[in-house]
Structures are given as C-alpha cells and as structure tokens.
Ligand binder design. Structure first.
Ligand code: SF4
Length: 88
C-alpha cells in the first residue's frame, strides 16, 4: 500500500521522537525540522511531504511515530486521500 506522509514545518519543534521511532521515514534537517524519507532515502531531495510504498508493519511504525509527535505535526493519508492520523 502507499501512504502519504506530511510534516507541517510550522508545527515541528524538532523534538525528534518521530526520528527515534521511525528513522527510515523521518530525518531532522539543519533547521531542526523533520523531513520525510522513503526507506532512508531522499531520492528527489529533502521534502516535507512524500508518498511511499509501505508494508503493514511499516505503516504501524509510521503511525506510532506520528502519535509520538507532541505538536501533531505529522499527518498520514492513505491512497484514497483519507486522513489516517490524526483521526478526523
Ligand atoms: S516528533 Fe514532531 S516535532 Fe518532533 S521532529 Fe518529529 S515532526 Fe517534529
């Protein structure tokens, strides 16, 4: 399945819990904002939003990482654009 992961850089305070939980998906840039990786890679450069192919296990890890964010700066959408987290 594919998920779209977005970080709102205005909300991100660089707490890095997302990076600790999902280091293949999140990385802090030099402004201390989390950017989204595709399995540890950023093939088309740094991005605050990326659509990645994930397994069920990877999806759970990404959602745990988003849940760990103290400012709810991470949003996760499924392929149909439905927001999985934060739940709406
Ligand atoms: S957990 Fe949230 S605030 Fe911390 S780096 Fe990740 S996105 Fe930013």
């Amino acid at each position: 399945m594919k998920l779209t992961i977005k970080v709102d850089p205005d909300l991100c305070i660089g707490a890095a819990s997302c990076v600790t939980i999902a280091p293949d998906t999140f990385e802090l840039n030099n402004e201390n904002k989390a950017e989204v990786l595709d399995h540890g890679q950023a093939p088309d450069g740094p991005q605050y939003e990326r659509t990645v192919e994930v397994t069920e296990e990877e999806k759970e890890i990404m959602i745990m990482a988003a849940q760990s964010c103290p400012t709810l700066a991470i949003l996760i959408f499924d392929e149909s654009g439905h927001q999985l987290y934060p739940e709406v």
